[in-house]
Every structure is written in structure tokens, then in C-alpha cells.
Write a protein that binds this ligand. Structure first.
Ligand code: C5P
Length: 292
């Protein structure tokens, strides 16, 4: 038996950041949107836990015991009180270290795939606390859709989407490390502060016209990411389509478009200019089992 699971990328439509808590994490008020860009995780019966990474995965992804998928598998075994093995195979589509929660998606995908393979019968409510212990973005990767995130991003409230969002994602050949972007943020804003609210965006998200949200997209990590990667300004400052925003801690940049046609044309034009771009739409499904 094998179980095939798809796990989505995300972009933060708003990412408001506060000064660090005693545990070092930053309190956030954020709005997540999943994107129809999915990593695939296949789980098969095996005696031990094994991980196979598809050949095109960049060297930056750890393949040893500290890989987030193996940590997810062990966390699930522990929570369920079982000793089972599995062979996990990962095929990546989400950019690595791109600020799109690719690693979190793979952890969420592992939880969903092994829950099915091992016949544990756990529901999303059972998996969410396990996901939260694995990483701040893993709970949202499970849920997908649109959600307000608080705490370090793991306290989620679903938001009903009013419109379909068409994106052109501009990728970067070099990734950015999330902890180093948060450290640069602390240097830029050393005074104690709470994260700003996202009430206006939440209201605008209910509207059927995507233009309502365009002026409200905001990412407090953008100046910090730019301090580490000044070259990103050239992409972020372009006034193309409706709005441009850094995805999470970067370096991927999302360009929000009015409709699929505008997004397809822009993606084609930017490719011709030499940019590496991907078309994606949101909000998309959360992590789910597919039939193969
Ligand atoms: O939770 P996760 O493992 O994804 O976080 C990676 C790193 O990002 C943390 O170790 C921390 O440095 C930083 N982070 C943070 N505040 C958050 C989320 C992440 O400082 N809310």
C-alpha cells in the first residue's frame, strides 16, 4: 500500500511582527494564504523510517535525522504510542528556503500520509498540536485556505475567502534563512512593540474583488530581508500588476494580479526578461491525500 499526499506552499498576505518573547520567538499577527503549488509526499510500508529525496532537491535540504519529515514521523509515532516504520519519498515543487513554508508543508504532508498509512484515524484537531511542536507554519500547512495566525503563527482562525488571488512568484537562486531575517528585524527595531493588527485586511478579504486587498498587503520583515539581500529591492519596487510583497521571510516575491490572464502575461514577460517565475493561485487546499 502507498499513500500519496499533496501539501501546499503559503504566502503571508499580512505579516505584522512584535519584539521577541522570552522564548526568542516573535509574536505575530499574520494572514496566511495557501497556494496551489504543492510538494508531494509518498508513504509506503517499510520496517524502519526512511526518507528518499527526489534527485532535483537542492543540497540545502537536510536528509539526516534532523530532517523535518523524519521529526514529524517520530512525533506522530510518539503521540500514537506505536513503533512503526515507513518509506517516505519527497518530490519538491515549493522553492527551498524561499519563505513559502516548503519545509513546513513537507512536515504536514508526513503527518497526513502516515496517519493514513498506519490507519491511526486521527483528525485535523489531533494533528494540529503535533504540527505546532514541529514548527510555527506547520499547522497552517495542514489547514490551508485562508487563516488569521497569532502567537508565533500557530494559533489559527479560518477566514472565509471572498476572491480568488492570482500570483506571479519571483524566485531567487539563493535562499534566505528565517532566523537570520528575524535577527536583522531585531536590529532594525530594538524597542519593545506589539504586532500591528490586520483588521482592515480581514474585512477586505471578504470582498469578491481582489483589488480590495491590494493596498493592504504588508510584510514587516521586508526591510530586514532587504538589509540582507539589497538586490531584492529591484523586484519589490517594480510597480507591476496590483501589488508586490515579500513572501514570509523571503526571498520569494509575490506579485498579485487582477486575473489569471494578467498573471499569465506578466509571468511570460518576466521570464523573457530573465526572471525565474512561477504562476500560482490562492487560496488553495490544505494538506490532503490524493488517489494515484
Ligand atoms: O517555528 P520555526 O521552526 O519555523 O521557526 C524557525 C525560526 O524562525 C525560529 O527558530 C526563530 O528564529 C524564527 N521565528 C521567530 N518568530 C516566529 C517564527 C519563527 O523568531 N514567530
Amino acid at each position: 500500500m502507498s499513500v500519496h499526499v499533496l501539501a501546499p506552499a503559503k504566502i503571508n498576505l499580512a505579516l505584522r511582527v512584535g519584539s521577541p518573547r522570552p522564548d526568542g520567538f516573535h509574536p505575530l499577527t499574520t494572514v496566511f494564504s495557501s497556494l496551489d503549488l504543492f510538494d508531494e509526499i509518498v508513504a509506503e510500508e517499510a520496517d524502519d523510517l526512511e526518507l528518499i529525496l527526489s534527485e532535483d532537491i537542492p543540497a540545502g535540504v537536510p536528509s539526516g535525522e534532523d530532517n523535518l519529515m523524519l521529526r514529524a514521523a517520530r512525533a506522530l509515532r510518539e503521540a500514537a504510542g506505536i513503533e512503526r516504520g515507513a518509506r517516505l519519498t519527497l518530490t519538491k515543487t515549493i522553492p527551498v528556503a524561499g519563505g513559502m513554508a516548503g519545509g513546513s508543508a513537507d512536515a504536514a504532508g508526513t503527518l497526513v500520509a502516515l496517519n493514513e498509512l498506519w490507519g491511526l484515524g486521527l483528525g485535523t484537531d489531533d494533528l494540529l498540536p503535533i504540527a505546532a511542536r514541529l514548527g510555527s507554519d506547520v499547522p497552517f500547512s495542514l489547514l490551508g485556505g485562508l487563516a488569521l495566525g497569532r502567537g508565533r503563527g500557530e494559533e489559527l482562525t479560518a477566514v472565509r475567502p471572498g476572491a480568488f488571488h492570482c500570483w506571479v512568484l519571483v524566485l531567487s537562486s539563493r535562499g534566505l534563512s528565517t532566523p537570520s531575517v528575524f535577527a536583522a528585524y531585531d536590529e532594525l527595531y530594538p524597542q519593545p512593540h506589539e504586532p500591528a493588527d490586520v483588521d482592515e485586511l480581514i474585512e477586505a478579504l471578504a470582498a469578491p474583488d481582489v483589488r480590495e486587498i491590494a493596498p493592504l498587503l504588508v510584510n514587516d520583515l521586508q526591510p530586514a530581508a532587504l538589509s540582507l539581500r539589497p538586490d531584492l529591492a529591484e523586484i519589490i519596487d517594480q510597480e507591476r500588476a496590483l501589488a508586490t510583497i515579500l513572501s514570509g521571510s523571503g526571498p520569494t516575491v509575490g506579485i498579485l494580479c487582477a486575473d489569471p490572464q494578467e498573471a499569465d502575461v506578466l509571468a511570460g514577460a518576466m521570464r523573457a526578461e530573465g526572471y525565474e517565475v512561477v504562476r500560482a493561485n490562492g487560496p488553495a487546499a490544505g494538506t490532503h491525500v490524493v488517489t494515484r
